[in-house]
Design a protein around this ligand. Structure first.
Ligand code: DNO
Length: 395
């Protein structure tokens, strides 16, 4: 029997240490799990035994391990330094091992040094919930006056520098430390955290790598792993840069529709795909989200649905899933059309896995320890709204 034509509702589970249990996730109505072996060091092969153990836990709860998010890409691969060739071979082996266990979708990213970046993890919303926020002034204050990065000044306008200086002076010691921790300690899912000194060293190691070089390194990586993924029947889904513009003078190469197109062309294969993250792409007003679904749709292997409210300049905060700057109904319509198209073409992957990405901290989330952005009630609300939106649009 063919699968019903609807997005596969999934939920990110950080593994046995996640304060939100698989039983909780079942009650949220998700059927698929998005998970990763966070304990395996970056670069190492994911052993079959470990994959099977995680899969066993998920299946025992009556759920399915739908997507791996993520197999991290070692910094050596992004810089083409050190043992990067070994890490690439290991990456291919991890893909094959996942395939052997029946797991066929893998999310990853190619952001140098930091995975996603925010400056505030508890930004108060008018209804009493809190949101994640990226404030470009706070980021510049950190860069210019806490990190004191060489050459940072040339990356900002004089207006931002002035505002950042003011911002910095208004912060007490504790708030400066908190800002530093928020940016450097590593948000959930990012496997690395740094001290200020380590961070300076990491930035320094990218001194010679400009946008063009990082692109070449990404495309070289794709030309290696995509054929291996195709042979194993695994779909790779690259996550966009979050936020989708350069930070700390580092190059960014997965921020726009043009970037996505270019990387898809670099290794022409059905296995070369994208994670369509409406929150990350949506932080740029020049990314036309429904249009991207129409044009890149056949390569969308995984979907993160959330909406950001764009503020002045490059700042934004995360809105409720159906609010903010993204017209989620338009995005959903385009996704439904993409699923219908796949079905007509006889593709078996028409139920594209989707997860509600992030969510406000609300209600009893305040009494519970959890990963920033990954609270239970906020995501439960998001998933419920998105599920209703999809059903309503199909009615
Ligand atoms: C943040 C996540 C990212 C994502 C990675 C994918 O909430 O969307 O950490 O998992 O960038 O590799």
């Amino acid at each position: 029997m063919s699968k019903p034509l609807k997005l596969e509702q999934t939920w990110r589970w950080f593994g046995p240490d996640d304060p939100i249990s698989l039983q909780d996730i079942k009650q949220a109505g998700a059927a698929g799990i998005v998970s990763a072996l966070h304990h395996i060091p970056n670069g190492e092969v994911w052993p079959l035994k470990e994959i099977e153990a995680r899969k066993g836990l998920i299946e025992k709860a009556g759920l399915r391990w739908s997507v791996v998010e993520s197999i991290p890409v070692h910094e050596d691969i992004k810089r083409q330094t050190g043992s990067y060739k070994t890490w690439v071979e290991n990456y291919k082996q991890s893909i094959r091992n996942l395939s052997e266990c029946g797991i066929d979708t893998v999310c990853y990213n190619f952001m140098p040094v930091l995975d996603w970046t925010r400056t505030d993890l508890d930004y108060p919303m008018p209804d009493g919930s809190t949101a994640l926020r990226f404030d470009e002034t706070a980021l510049a204050a950190f860069d210019l006056f806490i990190l004191q990065r060489n050459g940072a000044k040339s990356d900002y306008s004089s207006e931002i520098i002035e505002k950042a200086e003011q911002h910095y002076h208004n912060l007490n010691e504790e708030s400066r430390l908190e800002l530093t921790q928020t940016i450097l300690a590593g948000l959930p899912g990012s496997e690395e955290g740094y001290t200020l000194e380590e961070f300076r060293e990491m930035l320094n190691s990218y001194k010679e790598i400009n946008d063009q070089k990082l692109r070449e390194h990404l495309y070289d990586f794709l030309r290696e792993i995509i054929p291996a993924a195709e042979a194993a029947g695994v779909r790779m889904a690259i996550h966009p840069d979050d936020p989708p513009f350069p930070l700390f003078g580092l190059p960014r190469v997965v921020s726009t529709e043009a970037d996505a197109l270019e990387l898809l062309r670099a290794a022409d294969s059905p296995s070369n795909g994208i994670t369509f993250c409406t929150g990350s792409y949506g932080a740029r007003p020049d990314n036309d989200l429904p249009g991207m679904v129409k044009r890149l749709g056949s390569h969308i292997h995984f979907i993160h649905l959330r909406s950001v409210q764009r503020e002045e300049g490059r700042s934004f905060h995360e809105a409720n899933h159906l609010e903010g700057s993204t017209d989620m109904a338009d995005v959903m319509k385009a996704l439904i059309q993409e699923m219908e198209r796949r079905k007509r073409e006889g593709r078996t992957d028409h139920s594209i896995p989707m997860r509600p990405d992030h969510g406000h901290r609300m209600l009893c989330d305040f009494g519970q320890d959890s990963n920033p952005g990954y609270f239970c009630i906020g995501r439960l609300r998001g998933l419920a709204e998105l599920r209703g939106l999809e059903m309503g649009l199909k009615a």
